[in-house]
Design a protein around this ligand. Sequence first.
Ligand code: HEC
Length: 95
Amino acid sequence: MSFGLVVFSLAQNAQAIDLQRGQRLYNQRCAGCHGLTGVPTIPQAPSFVTKERLMQPDMVLLQRVQMGKNSCPPFMGSLKNDEILDVLQYARQMR
Ligand code: HEC
């Protein structure tokens, strides 16, 4: 019974992508290095305009943002999973 609830809340979550929240959090937490428009401001950071590293499953990217990678800081504890997914979805639609 609780399993059904978990599945239900995950499904709810998947539908509730909030691009406005993604944009706000991206501008606050990611744009310093990844750039407001996805063009990186530091040479080591990947470009989100060219989708350089975004062609990976949500769960892989989610974990990477949680744990951090080299100069990309870990966001576990400061951003919730659904907030990170919003940010990733916002980054994915950058042109
Ligand atoms: C202090 C600078 C900095 C900030 C802030 C930052 N990043 Fe990064 N990010 C980097 C750098 C540098 C890399 C490249 C890491 C590497 O591959 O060595 C990176 C890589 C990534 C990658 C690609 C990971 C992979 O699979 O290689 C993603 C996705 C990413 N960042 C998302 C984010 C998100 C989302 C935020 C905000 C919540 C964020 N970053 C904030 C510097 C930053």
